[in-house]
Design a protein. Structure first.
Length: 289
């Protein structure tokens, strides 16, 4: 039983120079080694896109690559065969030993625009190969599937693919599944994640990242403290409510006893009055006689 979520592998489909490749990831440190132009930066960008599929933040103009001249052209220029989508996917193992594949479907639009569709595949068995999920057979060869074909492949392999209309929904699903420590629901959180990822790619630690990294990564501690405080306040409210309920029951019993006594007194007075009336009636009859 693992105690934390870990990424087991990264898969690239239809990237420049890569039709399909699966990179195993170590629990601690994974190193990429290769000559200039071998594709190290492309692999890192693919992982970057899976972690932050938000094209408004993905800028690779400072990486020194000829394709990265502006906008997200750095991604556009690194995708593979035109007319077919590209994929980047992380194979994740959750603490419960469940397997989850978090990925992004990338479609080229007019240069340099790329449209990402993030998705999650859950329910796959440990023996299912990423290649069987991310590629489709066409006779003796394999082809890159469109997203509906990928959904069918996931279902055929015993899993379920869920695509998300926005990065926000994707981040929320990753958080709910225990993949990320933050929900990344605000622009500030996503900007800080982007800065951290960029710093890890380009080297060095920026001043802003140095001063705010702890607050960013450990933000949930504050959330936990707030949650505990709310729980304590709720418990106090429950105690007060319980006391008020007990007091209400005591008053109800007291009022009930007063009501019963009053009802008894009323019944006795009514009977006494009735007997007095009967006595007076008898006296009238005797007097008339």
């Amino acid at each position: 039983m693992t105690t934390r979520t870990r990424a087991a592998a990264l898969a690239l489909v239809n990237w420049k120079g890569v039709f399909y490749e699966r990179y195993l990831l170590d629990r601690h440190v994974t190193a990429l080694e290769g000559a200039n132009g071998a594709g190290k930066t492309t692999v890192m960008i693919a992982a970057y896109v899976v972690l932050l599929p938000d094209m408004s933040r993905l800028r690779f103009t400072n990486l020194g690559e000829t394709g990265a001249t502006g906008g997200d052209k750095g991604i556009w220029g690194r995708l593979g065969e035109p007319g077919r989508p590209s994929y980047a996917a992380l194979d994740v193992v959750l603490p419960s030993r469940r397997r989850l594949v978090a990925g992004v479907h990338l479609e080229r639009k007019g240069e340099p625009s790329v449209e990402p569709t993030p998705f999650i595949v859950s329910g796959l068995g440990e023996d299912v190969r990423l290649q069987d999920l991310l590629l489709v057979s066409q006779g003796d060869s394999e082809a890159v599937p469109e997203l509906p074909e990928l959904r069918e492949s996931a279902a055929r392999l015993g899993g379920r693919l869920q695509a998300f209309p926005s990065a926000r929904d994707y981040f929320a699903a990753l958080f709910d599944n225990g993949v990320t420590p933050l929900r990344l629901g605000t622009d500030e959180e996503r900007n800080k994640l982007n800065e951290m990822l960029r710093t890890s790619m380009t080297g060095g630690i920026s001043r802003a990242l140095t001063s705010e990294l702890r607050a960013f990564l450990l933000k949930e501690e504050g959330g936990l403290a707030d949650t505990l405080q709310r729980m304590r306040a709720n418990l106090d409210a429950c105690r007060r409510t319980r006391t008020e309920v007990q007091e209400s029951r005591r008053l109800e019993q007291e009022i009930g006893r007063v009501f019963d006594a009053g009802q008894t007194m009323f019944a006795a007075a009514f009977l006494a009055t009735r007997e007095r009336a009967d006595e007076l009636s008898r006296r009238v009859v005797d007097a008339e006689a």
